[in-house]
Design a protein around this ligand. Structure first.
Ligand code: PGA
Length: 260
C-alpha cells in the first residue's frame, strides 16, 4: 500500500520531497525525474531550487513531463513545455536537452505518444514520478475511464478539468480540449510514485485514490497497484481519509532507515 504522510503545509511537503530527491540525485546524478505541472508541485520545485543554491547539482539529471496540451501555439506561456522550462528547467539548472515534454503540436500528433514512450524507454524509465491529482481523480491527464494499461496518447479533457485549469488562461474557451498524456500504464512503470495534494478541494479525490476501490473510474486509484508509492498531503486534503490516524501512527513509528 501507499505510505501516506500528512504534513502541516505545502511548504513542509516541498521540504520533505526535495530532501529525498536531493539525496537521490547525490546517489545517482543522472536520475530521471518525472515532473508534473499545475500548482501542486511548485513547493517541491522552489525547495529544489534552494538546494541548488546550496550546492546540489541537477546538471546531469533528466526530466520527463507527464503531459501537454494539444494545439497551443509554440511558446504559449501555458503550454507545459513553457511551464516546465519556467518552473523546473531554469530554476534547477537542468540541461535543456535533458528535459522532455510530450509534443502537442498538430503535426505528427498521431504518433506523438509512441515517440514519447520510445524516449522514456531509451532513458531507462522514470526513477521518481511526481504526481498531482485532479478533482476528477485524474493523474497526468488520464481522465475517468482511462485504461490501467494505457501508454502515452492523445486524450480529451473533461469539462471539469478544463474549468479547473481556466484560471491559467485569459478565458475558459482558450483551454485546449485535447492533450497528450502518459498513460496509467506508463506512470505505473516509474520506480517510485510521489503523489502530492493540498486543500479541501482534493480531499474526495485523495480518499478515493488511496482508500477507494481500484477502478478506472477514478484513475488515481491506480497508485494502489504500485509497490512504492508515497502520498504527501496536508490536513485538509487528508480530511476524508478513514485511516488517517493509522497513517500518522505508522509515520511516527517508521524505522529511520526507511526514508520515503
Ligand atoms: P493542480 O492540478 O496541481 O493545479 O491542482 C493537479 C492536476 O490536475 O493533476
Amino acid at each position: 500500500m501507499a505510505e501516506v504522510v500528512i504534513v502541516d503545509s505545502g511548504e513542509a511537503a516541498g521540504r520533505l520531497v526535495a530532501d529525498h530527491i536531493a539525496e537521490q540525485v547525490h546517489l545517482n546524478p543522472e536520475m530521471v525525474l518525472g515532473v508534473a505541472t499545475g500548482s501542486t508541485p511548485l513547493s517541491v520545485y522552489r525547495e529544489l531550487a534552494r538546494r541548488r543554491s546550496q550546492g546540489v547539482d541537477f546538471g546531469r539529471a533528466w526530466a520527463f513531463a507527464l503531459d501537454e496540451y494539444v494545439g497551443l501555439p509554440e511558446g504559449h506561456p501555458q503550454s507545459y513545455r513553457a511551464v516546465i522550462d519556467r518552473e523546473v528547467t531554469v530554476p534547477l539548472g537542468l540541461d535543456p536537452s535533458h528535459v522532455n515534454v510530450p509534443d502537442g503540436g498538430d503535426e505528427g500528433i498521431e504518433s506523438t505518444g509512441e515517440r514519447y514512450e520510445a524516449a522514456l524507454h531509451a532513458r531507462g524509465g522514470v526513477d521518481l514520478q511526481l504526481l498531482g491529482i485532479g478533482t476528477t481523480g485524474h493523474i497526468g491527464f488520464n481522465e475517468p475511464g482511462s485504461s490501467f494499461g494505457s501508454l502515452t496518447r492523445v486524450k480529451t479533457l473533461t469539462e471539469q478539468t478544463r474549468a479547473d485549469n481556466a484560471r491559467f488562461f485569459d478565458s475558459p474557451d482558450e483551454v485546449p480540449i485535447h492533450c497528450v498524456t502518459q498513460g496509467l500504464g506508463t506512470i505505473l512503470r516509474a520506480r517510485h510514485l510521489v503523489l502530492l495534494a493540498f486543500g479541501e478541494g482534493k480531499a474526495a479525490a485523495v480518499a478515493a485514490a488511496v482508500e477507494g476501490p481500484v477502478t478506472a473510474s477514478l484513475p488515481g486509484s491506480a497508485i494502489q497497484l504500485h509497490e512504492h508509492v508515497t502520498v504527501v498531503i496536508d490536513e485538509a486534503a487528508a480530511s476524508r481519509l478513514e485511516h488517517a490516524d493509522y497513517y500518522r501512527w505508522a509515520r511516527d513509528h517508521k524505522p529511520s532507515w526507511q526514508g520515503i
